[in-house]
Write a protein that binds this ligand. Structure first.
Ligand SMILES: [Zn+2]
Length: 178
């Protein structure tokens, strides 16, 4: 799933953890893609048929989520903040599990079209290289336009939840930390 879909859950989570800045919540939902870029540049993940076990494997996703939860609980001295951020980090895997594999991976500016390679095989490893790969493949069966509409819809709903929260806080005269 793309950033808009992931970010929508960060927006929805804000009212549950007023202490944690929105930017941290959004980053939490997208951290696996940041890791994928970093691991790709470092040569740790090669992608392709090996998948992305260190950033998107189920096993490592659980490890990263627990680490994020512990770190957040410590920084904010708040168990709930830790649990929410840990769940947001793990939500990336859940949304990717539903949507992956993503077949419209290249966009041509010349023809203004996504190139499709349907259907792709599942690409989220359970453990590391060579382990079974999973993914329900929603984006294998819908178009890039439909996928974009879905993510935009999720983002708009998330923004509405966030905007409602902000206006309530303003009315109550509370200042917002981020
Ligand atoms: Zn991802």
């Amino acid at each position: 799933m793309g950033p808009l879909g992931h970010f929508s859950l960060g927006l929805v989570a804000k009212p549950a953890v007023p202490k944690v800045p929105l930017g941290i919540l959004l980053l939490a939902t997208w951290i696996f893609d940041v890791l994928a870029i970093a691991f790709g540049l470092a040569g740790i993940e090669k992608g392709g048929s090996a998948g992305l076990p260190w950033s998107h494997g189920l096993f490592m996703s659980v490890i990263w989520s627990v680490l994020a939860a512990l770190l957040t609980a410590r920084i904010y001295r708040d168990h709930r903040a830790g649990v929410v951020v840990g769940l947001l980090v793990f939500s990336h895997w859940v949304l990717d599990f539903v949507s992956h594999p993503i077949p419209f991976s290249s966009f041509s500016w010349r023809s203004w079209q996504w190139s499709y390679g349907h259907p792709l095989p599942s690409d989220l490893p359970l453990l590391f290289g060579g382990s079974p790969k999973v993914g329900l493949g929603l984006y294998n069966s819908i178009s890039a336009v439909e996928a974009t509409a879905l993510e935009l819809g999720m983002f708009i709903l998330g923004s509405a939840v966030y905007a409602t929260y902000v206006s309530k806080q303003r009315k109550a005269g509370r200042s917002l930390p981020g």
